[in-house]
Design a protein around this ligand. Structure first.
Ligand code: ATP
Length: 967
């Protein structure tokens, strides 16, 4: 996709071919090394190869691998083959994907012919180059290096910023999750290296040019050589104290990227980068990984791995510290910087983190890894390597997390580190004994430019497909000699075996390259992982060494040998790995198997469908809301209507009950005898008001009248006569006499009738009480209803209150309050009426007593109290005998009933009656709604018909004269 012009180049490239295309720099003797010295020194072929652990124990896995490999060879065309194999037996991956697979470093390769494992040829070719050529090579690279260094220094400002980054390293040396400060990922500021200046078509062209210029072997073998960067970093030797002599036979020249050894043998090693002990992580990253990371963002696969002896600074270089973040945090920062600087594309990042320990893969991000402490930790599902033509080599099942920010990404990696370290507790120093691979998958696709809205920008995609590239950041376990304990030795064996595999593959690559002319030979020697290492990946190998054995557990000579081995490994990698880096093909989501894996596209489609769903849902929601609102309003209207109806109903009920009640009161008054005469008329008048009342009233009336009539026919006659004679004008006769001390109030007949009357009163009062209770409950209901409705109106009208309807609402509320208080007052009135009725009942009893007592007094020689009484006594004898008869009956009755009330008692009752009257009068005055108890005119409480029955009309059926109430 990218055109050559789009590719940043260093200024030096115009005149000089890029380093990457320069013929491979070989291990070469320094000019000081004489031929005699060279011949005296051990022949390269006699150099002791790196110490390797015995591979004898892996026969099984080797044979397994052999069989798989042969299968693969025979079925090489079937690239979509999917299967599961153990790491130890992982076969040759498909050629279509050139990522550097961990399989290459974790599997046994003991099937590789012994010649392939030996290094002399390589060493020879590396070290025995003619000096002239070396110079040419060196000069050429020096020129490029020079330009690189300048560019690197230009970028160093970024590095300085990074030095102040907020990352923190805990006591165990883990970097924190705070990302380093933003670093520019701009290509302009980057140095131009062979690894990053290639691009598809350009590459071939470029390489051909370089190859021609260098006069090296065929262009084909070198066309992608520049896709590999090999750097060596020298760890500061803490015991050396900056003393040059401490380095002894070593000479490190960072400027010329040269490391020279002056021991029994003399070697000069030239690499793409040599970092001295003074170089910091930022510089290491800028020179060895920065451009590679950028290329990954542009669609290439890239791998950075650290290789070296234990304790030489691999983890330090990859992870870094708080003050000096390593390759991983810096790469993460650059990834996000690139995303920010590339608005025309959209990106999706996924990250996975695995480790290979004792040839087993562990997912460091899985839940079981996160909490995997102790023997009770859940067992992790076995992770296997698989391959297919689309994805190449991959581990499964492996958890991938989508990340959206540098912090999130660093957090995920820190979690993996933690799991790794925790695992180390479980497995005893596991962390430094395993290969750890952080893999970041970058998906990207073009956006349609000039999107109008943010949404457009998000949803719009360009015509291209989704590009998927991978950045693998690998911290290899350190090679070491057999350790002290068994577990360590086992680990070391696995580590060394896998590292040997890596070295062997590289060696074989070189070998097969040298013998590429012979097809038959090529076929006879199967080389696993060839395509993994020489595939599409850009590779940056960072080898770490420590010059000087101070602080090292190993003896000095062993240490030197290990260092030399590392340097040789780096030299072989530099010279022999051929990578045909190509930009990853763009996949189209939704179409085919390849596309289905592309998460970005899948997510985009998912987002679109979700957005459509959301729109539908919001539409439906709006419709539902409207419907609900309508329903709610309808319900409210209904409720209001019901409320009004109920109110009306209640009002009607209350009114009816009131009428009934009043009717009953009138009737009760009559039945109590307080107003028995006058009550007839009242009853006749009021009884028509209600059928029910009428019935009840009639029954009361009849019982009352019957009792009266039945008891006192004689007395009635006398009374009538006396009344007519004494008070013809008003027909009333008021007689008040005191009772004899031992006389009670009733005659025999009166006693029986009085009981009946009392019963009736009680019945009437009970009925009245029941009515009252009903009425009260009605009122309560109404009160409740009114409250509820005012409440609902309040809540309903809250919004309206703001719009000026508050006045209406408040008025309504006030009205309701008034109504409620009126109802309460009415209720009080009713209570008072009840009290009055009770009092009237008592009065009636007293009155009856007082009426009866004087006639008895007269009859039995009592003195007259006034003229009225005298005239009454002068009335016809029949009347008198009638009275006497009554009196006698009373006396006789009194004699037969010793428990008669005393005069004092009657007086007390009268006092009570008076008191009641006074209270009633007081109530009438204070009551807001008059009960129409006209003070001093009687006790009729009827508010509707306030006609005061102060003086009763004499009942023609009885001779008893009622006592007026205004006593
Ligand atoms: N360039 C350096 N500058 C300062 N300190 C360093 C440097 N390189 C390594 N160290 C220190 O050396 C020690 C060992 O380094 P580190 O753990 O990175 O080694 P390693 O190669 O990863 O070892 P292993 O293979 O055992 O995991 C650490 O304490 C680290 O801080």
């Amino acid at each position: 996709m990218a055109t050559p012009s789009a590719l940043p180049r260093s200024s030096s490239q115009a005149s000089n071919p890029p380093t990457g295309s320069v013929p491979p720099r070989r291990l070469k003797p320094l000019s000081t090394v004489s031929d005699s010295q060279r011949s005296a020194s051990p022949s390269p072929s006699k150099l002791r190869p790196p110490t390797r652990p015995s591979l004898g124990g892996n026969a099984q896995s080797n044979s397994s691998m052999r069989s798989v490999s042969s299968t693969m060879t025979s079925n090489g065309a079937d690239k979509s083959l999917r299967r599961s194999v153990s790491i130890a037996a992982f076969p040759q991956p498909p050629k279509s994907n050139g990522r550097l697979s961990m399989a290459s470093i974790s599997s046994s390769t003991s099937n590789v012919p012994s010649t392939a494992r030996s290094t002399p040829d390589i060493t020879k070719s590396a070290t025995m180059k003619p000096r002239k050529q070396s110079r040419l090579s060196s000069g050429t690279t020096a020129s490029n290096r020079s330009s690189k260094v300048v560019s690197l220094l230009d970028n160093s400002s970024d590095g300085k910023i990074v030095l102040n980054a907020a990352a923190s390293r805990d006591s165990e040396g883990q970097f924190s999750i705070s990302p380093p400060h933003s670093r520019s990922s701009s290509a302009q500021g980057s140095y131009s290296t062979s690894a990053t200046t290639f691009d598809e078509n350009e590459e071939t062209e470029h390489d051909s040019r370089d190859s021609l210029a260098a006069g090296k072997k065929g262009a084909r073998s070198k066309e992608a050589k520049g896709n590999v960067i090999v750097s060596v970093r020298v760890r500061p030797d803490t015991g050396a104290n900056e003393n040059p002599r401490a380095e002894g036979e070593w000479m490190v020249d960072g400027r010329r990227s040269l490391i020279a050894f002056r021991g029994k043998e003399s070697y000069d090693y030239l690499y793409d980068n040599v970092f001295t002990a003074h170089d910091n992580n930022s510089k290491v990253y800028d020179a060895s990984a920065k451009r590679l990371v950028r290329r990954v963002m542009e669609g290439y696969h890239g791998t950075v791995f650290a290789y070296g002896m234990t304790g030489t600074g691999k983890t330090f270089s990859m992870q870094g510290t708080a003050s000096s973040p390593g390759v991983i945090p810096l790469a993460i920062t650059d990834i996000f910087s690139y995303i920010r600087e590339t608005p025309h594309r959209e990106f999706l990042l996924r990250v996975s983190y695995l480790e290979i320990y004792n040839e087993k893969i562990h997912d460091l991000l899985s839940a079981s890894s996160a909490g995997a402490t102790g023997p009770n930790a859940p067992p992790q599902e076995e992770i296997k390597l698989r391959e297919d033509s689309k994805r190449g080599v991959y581990a499964t099942p492996l958890k991938e997390e989508i990340v959206q920010s540098p912090t999130q990404l660093l957090r995920v990696i820190a979690r993996g580190d933690h799991a790794r370290r925790t695992g180390s507790t479980q497995f005893n120093a596991r962390s430094s004994r395993s290969h750890a691979v952080v893999q970041i998958v970058v998906e990207s696709r073009e956006r349609v430019p000039n999107g109008n809205s943010t949404q457009d920008k998000r949803s719009a995609v360009g015509p291209g497909g989704v590009r998927v590239s991978t950045l693998s950041l690998i911290d290899l376990a350190g090679s070491e000699r057999a350790a002290e304990n068994k577990e360590r030795r086992t680990e070391g064996a696995h580590i060394n075996k896998s590292l040997l595999t890596l070295g062997t593959v590289i060696a074989r690559l070189s070998e097969s390259k040298d013998k590429s002319a012979s097809a038959a030979d090529k076929e006879s020697k199967h080389l696993p992982y060839r395509d993994t290492l020489s595939g599409n990946s850009l590779v940056s190998i960072l080898c770490t060494i420590q010059i000087g054995a101070s602080g090292s557990a190993a003896p000095a000579n062993t240490h030197t040998n290990e260092t030399l081995n590392t340097l040789k490994f780096a030299a072989r990698a530099k010279n022999n790995i051929v990578s045909h880096a190509k930009r990853a093909e763009e996949a189209y989501g939704g179409n085919g198997d390849g596309g289905s894996r592309v998460l970005l596209e899948r997510y985009r489609m998912e987002i679109q469908s979700l957005r459509a769903q959301l729109e539908n849902q919001s539409k439906t929601q709006a419709e539902n809301d409207m419907k609900m609102e309508e329903e709610r309003m309808e319900k409210e209207a209904e409720a209001r209507h019901e409320e009004q109806m109920l109110e009306m109903q209640l009002a009607r009920t209350a009114l009816k009950e009131r009428i009934e009640h009043l009717n009953r009161l009138i009737l009760s008054s009559k039945s109590t005898g307080v107003n028995s005469h006058g009550g007839t008329a009242s009853f006749d008048r009021l009884s028509t008001m209600s059928g029910m009342n009428e019935t009840r009233a009639r029954s009361l009336y009849s019982s009352s009248s019957q009792s009266t009539l039945g008891a006192n026919s004689l007395r009635r006659t006398v009374s009538q006569q006396s009344l007519h004679s004494t008070e013809p004008s008003n027909g009333y006769q008021f007689r008040r006499t005191s009772m004899a001390p031992d006389e009670d109030d009733d005659t025999v007949g009166e006693f029986g009738d009085g009981n009946a009357s009392l019963q009736m009163q009680v019945t009437a009062l009970q009925a009245d009480l029941a009515d009252k209770n009903r009425y009260i409950s009605t009122l309560e209901r109404r009160l409740l209803q009114a409250r509820r409705s005012s409440h609902s109106r309040m809540s309903m009208g809250l919004a309206q209150l703001k719009n000026g309807d508050d006045a209406d609402m408040m008025a309504l509320l006030r009205e309701k309050d008034m109504e409620i208080s009126e109802l309460r007052i009415q209720l009080d009135d009713k209570d008072r009426m009840l009290t009055a009725l009770r009092s009237a009942a008592r009065q009636r009893d007293v009155a009856q007593m007082t009426i009866d007592v004087p006639s008895q007094d007269k009859r039995f020689g009592g003195h007259q109290t006034n003229g009225s009484n005298a005239s009454s006594l002068a009335s016809p004898l029949s009347a008198g005998s009638s009275v006497n008869g009554l009196s006698l009956a009373s006396i006789s009755e009194r004699e037969t009933h010793p428990n008669r009330k005393s005069v004092d008692e009657v007086s007390r009752m009268l006092d009570e009656m008076i008191q009641d009257r006074v209270e009633q009068g007081h109530l009438n005055k204070t009551s807001r709604r008059s009960l129409l108890f006209a003070s001093g005119t009687g006790n009729h409480p009827d508010p509707i018909s306030p006609k005061p029955p102060a003086i009763s009309v004499p009942d023609p059926r009885t001779s008893i004269v009622e006592v007026p109430e205004n006593v």
